[in-house]
Write a protein of this length. Sequence first.
Length: 433
Amino acid sequence: MTESPDALIVGAGAVGLACAYELARHGANVVVLDAAPRAGTGASMTNAGLLVPSHVDPLPSWGNIRAGLASMVSREGPFQLEPYGSLAPWMARFVYHAGGERHRRAANHLRTLARQSFAMHKAYFDSGLATGYSQSGMIDIFHRRSSFERAATVQRNRTDCAVLTAAEVHDFLPACQASGAVGGVRFEQEGFCDSTSLCTALVRECESLGVRFIYGAHVTRLRQHREAVTGADTLDATYTSRHVVLAAGSWSRKIAATAGINVPLEPGTGYILDFDSVEGDPTMPVAFADHRMVVTPYPDRLRVTGMMLLTGPRPSIDHRRVGALRGEASRMIPSLMHRRPRKVQIGQRPCTPDGLPVIGPSERRTGLIMATGHGQSGIILAPITGRLVHSYIADSAPGEHAQACVPDRFSSMRTQVGTLCSSSTAAASGSRH
């Protein structure tokens, strides 16, 4: 390749596209590489499209640890751990960040970034991007009295949400009338978008700004000169650039490793089932909180999203899981019992052990900027990630919440986890003597 763009972006999912758009609209010359035949595949297609900052939460939590342990007995639960080689050290870090102040700090960072990004989603839509954005609100439905009372206590004093009785839930969502809900919480100022429409709109805008897309480009390694990343090699070409933005989702770990950068990402597999819409379907996203399942209404389909499976890098569709998700959805919305899914798909979300995305430059390799590790929040966080990537390239201060997402934080995390494990071992040894 003879040209040398200002930025070479590896990955054309929602995050990579938002990075390309934010850079290009500020005047940068951008080239985007992706191994797929088109943009917006993978995890960018298999999500609920939620734009709900109040629901963005770090994956490491004691609730998920308990659910993961339970999944080793019942393989149909919504959160599953299946131990394999690289998962053990990742899980040690996951446990370290699961509770207390670490979890609260991570949640604060995530939700602040999500609120900023939600405003950007609205601005995109208002500027004419056909992203399927809707500020419809969202309802959480609870089937366990204890979890409903806990949520009601937390949310009751917020001005942007309303606590609903079981009767109010049934009146508001007649499609869920037979599900046995004990109550709900309605979030009035949040919403959703259509992730496929979002990606299509961003590609169109990027192309109008001169961004060049190269599909079928399998990146084999990052090119280096001394301590700098200077481009990327694919199976059949070499590309150079002043800045390389790595936004390849779960594949980012393997690509970063070619430049000697260790980013502890593990793929979390999620399922979607799309059904034809019928009259009476919910008109806003519904989260069945006790079942970890979300239903999103699009104009032409009703999408059911569920499960987070940490079961390895190359999953295939498990039809037993499809049946379990469909059965659960039919219990929540009885009319689904008579509809067959028109589409079943899985996608892998890049998950970090501390629950925060990886956004920013690597101090160890100049020229490399990471934009990955968003887990289940890639759609909502895509615009703010693009803005942060632009700010790093423009040498602007990113702010404290972005600082929590820097790539090089994992080297210190390794030391912390090692200390934790050593302390636990020493304590156990002391208790035996």
